[in-house]
Design a protein. Structure first.
Length: 168
Protein backbone atom coordinates (compact mmCIF):
# COMPACT_ATOMS: atom_id res chain seq x y z
CA UNK A 1 0.00 0.00 0.00
CA UNK A 2 2.95 2.37 0.59
CA UNK A 3 3.97 3.31 -2.93
CA UNK A 4 6.72 5.32 -4.60
CA UNK A 5 6.12 7.46 -7.65
CA UNK A 6 8.17 9.73 -9.89
CA UNK A 7 7.33 13.42 -10.25
CA UNK A 8 9.03 15.92 -12.55
CA UNK A 9 8.66 19.66 -12.35
CA UNK A 10 8.83 20.30 -16.09
CA UNK A 11 10.71 23.27 -17.62
CA UNK A 12 7.63 25.51 -17.51
CA UNK A 13 7.28 24.92 -13.75
CA UNK A 14 10.98 25.60 -13.13
CA UNK A 15 11.00 28.72 -15.34
CA UNK A 16 7.93 30.08 -13.58
CA UNK A 17 9.46 29.69 -10.12
CA UNK A 18 6.98 27.04 -9.01
CA UNK A 19 9.38 24.36 -7.72
CA UNK A 20 8.68 25.11 -4.05
CA UNK A 21 4.94 25.50 -4.55
CA UNK A 22 4.74 22.15 -6.35
CA UNK A 23 6.79 20.28 -3.73
CA UNK A 24 4.59 21.82 -1.01
CA UNK A 25 1.48 20.35 -2.57
CA UNK A 26 2.82 16.86 -1.88
CA UNK A 27 4.41 17.64 1.49
CA UNK A 28 1.29 19.23 2.92
CA UNK A 29 -0.70 16.07 2.24
CA UNK A 30 1.78 14.04 4.26
CA UNK A 31 3.57 12.50 1.30
CA UNK A 32 7.31 12.11 1.75
CA UNK A 33 10.01 13.35 -0.63
CA UNK A 34 12.62 10.57 -0.62
CA UNK A 35 14.61 11.62 -3.69
CA UNK A 36 15.21 15.07 -5.16
CA UNK A 37 17.45 16.56 -7.85
CA UNK A 38 17.67 19.41 -10.32
CA UNK A 39 19.06 18.40 -13.68
CA UNK A 40 19.57 19.70 -17.21
CA UNK A 41 18.13 16.66 -18.89
CA UNK A 42 20.00 15.16 -21.87
CA UNK A 43 18.04 13.81 -24.84
CA UNK A 44 18.95 10.21 -23.96
CA UNK A 45 17.24 10.55 -20.57
CA UNK A 46 14.10 12.21 -21.95
CA UNK A 47 13.83 9.55 -24.67
CA UNK A 48 13.92 6.83 -22.03
CA UNK A 49 11.37 8.66 -19.92
CA UNK A 50 8.89 9.36 -22.72
CA UNK A 51 8.88 6.00 -24.41
CA UNK A 52 8.10 6.34 -28.13
CA UNK A 53 5.94 3.20 -28.16
CA UNK A 54 3.75 4.51 -25.36
CA UNK A 55 3.30 8.19 -26.28
CA UNK A 56 3.22 7.77 -30.07
CA UNK A 57 0.59 5.03 -29.77
CA UNK A 58 -1.62 6.98 -27.36
CA UNK A 59 -1.08 10.56 -28.53
CA UNK A 60 0.60 10.38 -31.94
CA UNK A 61 4.16 10.75 -33.13
CA UNK A 62 3.82 14.51 -33.24
CA UNK A 63 3.24 14.85 -29.49
CA UNK A 64 6.18 12.53 -28.75
CA UNK A 65 8.54 14.58 -30.98
CA UNK A 66 7.44 17.84 -29.41
CA UNK A 67 7.80 16.43 -25.90
CA UNK A 68 11.37 15.30 -26.57
CA UNK A 69 12.21 18.68 -28.08
CA UNK A 70 10.53 20.58 -25.24
CA UNK A 71 12.35 18.75 -22.46
CA UNK A 72 15.79 18.07 -23.94
CA UNK A 73 18.58 20.15 -22.35
CA UNK A 74 16.05 21.99 -20.23
CA UNK A 75 16.10 22.31 -16.47
CA UNK A 76 13.78 19.91 -14.67
CA UNK A 77 13.39 18.91 -11.03
CA UNK A 78 12.96 15.19 -10.47
CA UNK A 79 11.64 13.72 -7.23
CA UNK A 80 10.44 10.46 -5.79
CA UNK A 81 7.34 10.80 -3.64
CA UNK A 82 6.33 8.10 -1.15
CA UNK A 83 3.06 7.52 0.68
CA UNK A 84 -0.14 5.53 0.96
CA UNK A 85 -1.31 4.72 -2.59
CA UNK A 86 1.03 7.49 -3.70
CA UNK A 87 0.82 6.68 -7.42
CA UNK A 88 -2.86 7.52 -8.03
CA UNK A 89 -2.91 10.08 -5.25
CA UNK A 90 -0.08 12.15 -6.73
CA UNK A 91 -1.86 12.06 -10.13
CA UNK A 92 -4.93 13.45 -8.41
CA UNK A 93 -2.94 16.29 -6.83
CA UNK A 94 -1.49 17.11 -10.28
CA UNK A 95 -4.89 17.16 -12.00
CA UNK A 96 -5.94 16.29 -15.56
CA UNK A 97 -3.31 16.28 -18.30
CA UNK A 98 -5.05 19.21 -19.99
CA UNK A 99 -4.82 22.21 -17.62
CA UNK A 100 -8.00 23.63 -19.14
CA UNK A 101 -9.85 20.59 -17.77
CA UNK A 102 -7.97 20.32 -14.47
CA UNK A 103 -10.07 21.40 -11.49
CA UNK A 104 -8.96 24.25 -9.23
CA UNK A 105 -7.14 22.87 -6.21
CA UNK A 106 -4.88 20.75 -8.41
CA UNK A 107 -1.41 21.88 -9.52
CA UNK A 108 -2.39 22.00 -13.18
CA UNK A 109 -5.75 23.56 -12.34
CA UNK A 110 -4.28 26.31 -10.15
CA UNK A 111 -1.28 27.41 -12.19
CA UNK A 112 -2.03 26.87 -15.88
CA UNK A 113 -4.86 27.21 -18.37
CA UNK A 114 -3.35 25.72 -21.53
CA UNK A 115 -5.62 23.50 -23.64
CA UNK A 116 -5.15 20.76 -26.29
CA UNK A 117 -6.77 22.75 -29.11
CA UNK A 118 -4.46 25.69 -28.51
CA UNK A 119 -1.31 23.58 -28.04
CA UNK A 120 -2.05 21.37 -31.06
CA UNK A 121 -2.64 24.43 -33.26
CA UNK A 122 0.72 25.81 -32.11
CA UNK A 123 2.49 22.45 -32.55
CA UNK A 124 3.65 22.31 -28.95
CA UNK A 125 3.06 19.90 -26.05
CA UNK A 126 0.45 21.17 -23.68
CA UNK A 127 2.24 23.07 -20.88
CA UNK A 128 1.10 21.39 -17.69
CA UNK A 129 3.97 21.99 -15.26
CA UNK A 130 4.41 18.46 -13.92
CA UNK A 131 4.82 14.83 -14.81
CA UNK A 132 3.65 12.04 -12.49
CA UNK A 133 3.91 8.29 -13.09
CA UNK A 134 0.65 6.83 -14.36
CA UNK A 135 0.80 3.36 -12.76
CA UNK A 136 2.92 0.90 -10.79
CA UNK A 137 4.85 -0.37 -13.81
CA UNK A 138 5.65 3.14 -15.04
CA UNK A 139 6.60 4.33 -11.56
CA UNK A 140 9.15 1.53 -11.13
CA UNK A 141 10.54 2.10 -14.63
CA UNK A 142 10.72 5.90 -14.31
CA UNK A 143 12.28 5.97 -10.81
CA UNK A 144 15.12 3.80 -12.16
CA UNK A 145 15.67 6.20 -15.07
CA UNK A 146 16.09 9.28 -12.87
CA UNK A 147 17.58 7.91 -9.62
CA UNK A 148 20.19 5.43 -8.46
CA UNK A 149 19.10 3.21 -5.57
CA UNK A 150 21.45 5.02 -3.11
CA UNK A 151 19.96 8.40 -4.03
CA UNK A 152 16.66 7.38 -2.41
CA UNK A 153 16.69 8.21 1.28
CA UNK A 154 14.77 6.41 4.00
CA UNK A 155 13.79 8.59 6.96
CA UNK A 156 10.83 9.33 9.21
CA UNK A 157 8.91 12.56 9.18
CA UNK A 158 8.00 13.89 12.65
CA UNK A 159 4.29 13.77 11.75
CA UNK A 160 4.50 10.38 10.06
CA UNK A 161 2.71 8.40 12.79
CA UNK A 162 -0.36 10.59 12.25
CA UNK A 163 -0.38 10.16 8.50
CA UNK A 164 0.12 6.41 8.72
CA UNK A 165 -2.08 5.87 11.77
CA UNK A 166 0.78 4.54 13.90
CA UNK A 167 -0.16 6.92 16.71
CA UNK A 168 -2.68 4.51 18.27
P1 LIG B 1 0.35 12.90 -18.40
O1 LIG B 1 0.66 11.51 -17.93
O2 LIG B 1 -0.84 13.50 -17.69
O3 LIG B 1 1.53 13.84 -18.35
O4 LIG B 1 -0.10 12.79 -19.93
P2 LIG B 1 0.41 11.81 -21.14
O5 LIG B 1 1.35 10.78 -20.64
O6 LIG B 1 -0.80 11.34 -21.85
O7 LIG B 1 1.16 12.81 -22.13
C1 LIG B 1 2.47 13.25 -21.87
C2 LIG B 1 2.56 14.76 -22.08
O8 LIG B 1 2.29 15.05 -23.47
C3 LIG B 1 1.51 15.58 -21.33
O9 LIG B 1 1.86 15.86 -19.99
C4 LIG B 1 1.44 16.82 -22.18
O10 LIG B 1 2.51 17.71 -21.91
C5 LIG B 1 1.60 16.28 -23.60
N1 LIG B 1 0.32 15.99 -24.27
C6 LIG B 1 -0.48 14.93 -23.98
N2 LIG B 1 -1.54 14.89 -24.81
C7 LIG B 1 -1.42 15.95 -25.64
C8 LIG B 1 -2.21 16.44 -26.75
O11 LIG B 1 -3.27 15.89 -27.10
N3 LIG B 1 -1.76 17.57 -27.38
C9 LIG B 1 -0.62 18.21 -27.01
N4 LIG B 1 -0.27 19.30 -27.69
N5 LIG B 1 0.16 17.76 -25.98
C10 LIG B 1 -0.23 16.66 -25.31
MG1 LIG C 1 1.93 10.06 -18.75
Amino acid sequence: MIERTLVLVKPDGVARGLIGEIISRFEQRGLKIIGLKIIKSPESLIKKHYDFNDIAKRKGEFVWKKLIKGLTNQVVVAMVVEGIEAIPFVRKICGDTEPRAAPPGTIRGDFAHHGYAYADAKNIPVNNLVHASSGAKDAAREIKIWFKEDELITYKRADEAWHYGDNI
